[in-house]
Write a protein that binds this ligand. Structure first.
Ligand SMILES: [Zn+2]
Length: 250
């Protein structure tokens, strides 16, 4: 769906991306760095309200850079010997990082739109795996599912005890507002920022994760050393959910 809002966002992105290319060509100092592709850059391009959104070399978003930084620093580790379910794998740097796992499963409700080898079709509403995965990763997915409580319980069941779900969602400061697919696309875009979002999460997303049986650690970019955060233009918040090691089977 094309809307004024989306056109404006795209125009801002292309304009600032072009300016960065020009500054680089003119020899501007490359005093910033992208942890997703490793490039040194003169800055990051705008998308919407975020003036430092994308890497001009690899297009990595702030959340993609945050994940790469956390993994690169050893704050998070990818289970190389284990099984990883990577939903909506549209971040190439994370496909590279997660696909080192012995059992790497890239999957989506619409697998045909991802150019990742081995894509599988998965409907998180129907996922019935038990004790199957060591790591589940989904960034900007939960705001698309009809019943997030059911999906969180399915993820919990699909993880091995001790396994982790790394979740990122669009956030605002207000409490979560739920919608449905019965609303018109235009109404969903107006209320939730995008036509195919059925809710807008607030900080209480944490409560929903805990209600599904997880232990939770929240890692917010704001908690990272300001110089490091600025250098990589890190933003966003990771919800790191862990299925307790002693979790009983449902
Ligand atoms: Zn990059």
């Amino acid at each position: 769906m094309i809307t004024v809002q989306r056109v404006a966002k795209a125009a801002g992105k292309h304009l600032t991306k072009g300016l960065l290319k020009l500054r680089k060509a003119m020899g501007a100092r490359r005093n910033r760095g992208c942890p997703a592709c490793g490039a040194t850059v003169v800055g990051f391009f705008r998308y919407g309200d975020n003036g430092e959104w994308g890497c001009p070399e690899c297009n990595a978003s702030p959340r993609e850079r945050l994940m790469n930084w956390l993994i690169g620093e050893g704050r998070l580790s990818v289970p190389a010997d284990g099984a990883v379910l990577h939903v909506a794998p549209n971040e190439a740097s994370l496909v590279r990082r997660f696909s080192v796992a012995a059992d790497y499963v890239p999957a989506d409700l619409h697998p045909e739109i991802y150019p990742v080898p081995g894509m599988q079709r998965i409907d998180l509403m129907e996922m019935a795996d038990e004790d199957r995965y060591d790591l589940f990763y989904a960034s900007h997915v939960m705001e698309h599912v009809p019943d997030d409580g059911a999906v969180l319980r399915n993820i919990h069941r699909a993880l091995k005890p001790g396994g982790e779900a790394w979740l990122i969602v669009p956030l605002w400061e207000k409490p979560t507002e739920d919608g449905s697919f019965a609303m018109s696309p235009r109404e969903r875009e107006r209320r939730f920022g995008q036509w195919d979002h059925v809710r807008q999460y607030g900080p209480d997303f944490a409560d929903r994760i805990r209600a599904a049986g997880f232990d939770l650690e929240e890692i917010d970019a704001a908690s990272i050393d300001p110089d490091v955060r600025h250098f990589h233009a890190l933003d966003d918040r990771l919800f790191r959910a862990r299925k307790p090691a002693g979790a009983a089977r449902e």
